[in-house]
Design a protein around this ligand. Sequence first.
Ligand SMILES: [Mn+2]
Length: 311
Amino acid sequence: MTASRRTSPTREVEAVADRLHSAALHLLRRLRTEDDALGISPPRLSALSVVVFAGPLGIGALATAEGVAAPTMTRLVDGLEELYALLRDDMRLLVEYKFFEPAFYSTDLPDWGTALLVCRRLGPKAQVLVDTGHHTQGTNIEQLVAILLEEGALGGFHFNNRKYADDDLIVGSIAPFELFLILNEIADARRDPATAQTAERVALMIDQSHNVEGKIEAMIESVVNIQTAYAKALLVDRVLLREAREAGDVLGAHRVLKDAFETDVRPLLAHLRRQLGLEPDPIEAFRAAGHAERLADERGTTSAPSAYEAL
Ligand SMILES: [Mn+2]
């Protein structure tokens, strides 16, 4: 019984398999030495061999052949292309970006350049959405806004303000001069035939969230701050600004902008609102009307306590 087991077909197959396994390992070691001599990493060699035998192929097909997931950008664009194909002629797709929090967002679309790249792959109905709080500290937002306007690629704004890591604060509450400079680019682009069409279609939105200030009053504050900054942008002397820029007079150009920024436009805005049949001071009117208190009475304030409701 013992002898017949030793020479059974199963045993012979196992012995052959062992020898094949050993030979394959030796071969792989020899090949590894040859691969090392080429100075190309094994994954690259593997991908190259697929291209050599299969011929030219797209990145997605290569990823499938290699058994790896397609690059994030490819999958993102593939997904957006399906959506893009469904857009009516009067619809646009605005692509937002953010360099931090959460990681699946920041690793896919970390900045305006990546968003622009995605838009370029999709087509003219895809444009970049600038969320003013989604940049690294000190980013020159008005500059990237000007570039996107020149490229016909500025689709809209998510206005807010940012202080360190909190990117959803009341618009214009931290950096009113920055808001003015951004809106100055919009005002400028509206007057330039090359950029007017893009500028007129820019979607103006507010993306803010706060838990100390009352929701409605903070939103009105943001709208008023945007109106104020835009009114100042309309006061910029474009002729003097262009002359200063063309002469390389940096401080002269700065003074032209500062003159407009330091003008008190509140009386002008109040006058305009009265002409439109509106309250001259929206925040004062909101406070005097007691709307927030009435809502709080109606809806109750004890079901979901927060810092605001405790006030
Ligand atoms: Mn946003």
